[in-house]
Design a protein around this ligand. Sequence first.
Ligand SMILES: NC(=O)c1ccc[n+]([C@@H]2O[C@H](COP(=O)([O-])OP(=O)(O)OC[C@H]3O[C@@H](n4cnc5c(N)ncnc54)[C@H](OP(=O)(O)O)[C@@H]3O)[C@@H](O)[C@H]2O)c1
Length: 371
Amino acid sequence: MAFAFLTNKKVVAVSAVGTIAGITMMIKEYMQGGKFTNPIMAEGKVVIITGANTGIGKETALDLAKRKAHVYMACRDMEKCEQARTEIVLESKNKYIYCRQCDLASFDSIRKFVDNFQQERDRLDILINNAGVMRCPRMLTKDGIEMQLGINHMAHFLLTNLLINTLKASAPSRIVVVSSLAHVRGEIDITDLNSEKNYERGKAYNQSKLANVLFTRELAKKLQGSGVTVNALHPGVVDTELMRHMGLFNSFFSGLIVKPLMWPFFKTPRAGAQTSLYVALDPDLEKISGEYFSDCSAKEVAEAAKNDNVARWLWAVSEKWTGLDQKPPNLRFHIDMDTLEIKILDEKGEDLFEKAYKDIDKDFGVQEAEK
Ligand SMILES: NC(=O)c1ccc[n+]([C@@H]2O[C@H](COP(=O)([O-])OP(=O)(O)OC[C@H]3O[C@@H](n4cnc5c(N)ncnc54)[C@H](OP(=O)(O)O)[C@@H]3O)[C@@H](O)[C@H]2O)c1
């Protein structure tokens, strides 16, 4: 009889396990999504990646290192960063990989990072705004901003703007914003942006990821004709540490049941890095800006992400909260080559020393007159 082996329980059990394993692997393979297959090199290109010590950021850094880029890993935890850097250097055999301190929960730290970077390098070819936090309990950054909005949006808003002149000077250059499909459920709460009246972890995450897309589209308009492009993306559902604040994924029960059941449906971090690499490197995207990608292809954004009024409002608020609206006075130095006298002139061309002396004289005159 052809199916006589079915009476053998061992054979049935082994083939059932084999079939389930095969189907599981097929699902896993299918879920890995689009791959960036272009072997293009990035030799000598200077790249900054935030949150590059783990997850999608680390895989993106590793791949760029293999393509011979000079990669700056902007991380808050130097020990974790150094450990990741060592692994990347050993695997890629690229020594031009650097760990630099940048705590995105502090504007001060971001400014210091940019100052130090600009002292080291005068060019930046690719900025990858990758770091993120998801569904954490309500916490504030050092500057009093709700943590998810603070790190996912405000910190990267400040970082990008501080680096914009370096990116322009290095054109053609690219900015990559790692957003999420979660932006479709997002809403910018213009009455309570900082979630002070009401905090819901998921809502705050969705809002921050919608902010990523609105920022990308608004920045793309401002960068028209500069040779700098900016695009956002969804990396897929990826097995990383992003769910560290979600009890369901961290409990003993989860380790035993939920995670193994979910495993086939998650991308690996390497698969999760593919769209970041595609947006950062694909020559076909040289002139594409203000778009949104997933699985290495262009995708439509949610209606809320197309609202230009909200995008402009968010930009203005972000400028205020990050202190970018407080522009330093526009001063010029002038050296008289005959006398070697140095003058500091304000935006109207007035000599600041002369003005100060006049003010002192005026005060002194008033005091004399009062005597
Ligand atoms: N995983 C997914 O399914 C998924 C889906 C959609 C979008 N995304 C997006 O993908 C991006 C990368 O996430 P991931 O999945 O790779 O998660 P991850 O493994 O948790 O990596 C997040 C990175 O952000 C860093 N980070 C967090 N707070 C920081 C701070 N204050 N200063 C500097 N760095 C900080 C983390 O550093 P520490 O290790 O020091 O905390 C870590 O390197 C995020 O923007 C996320 O929203 C992920």
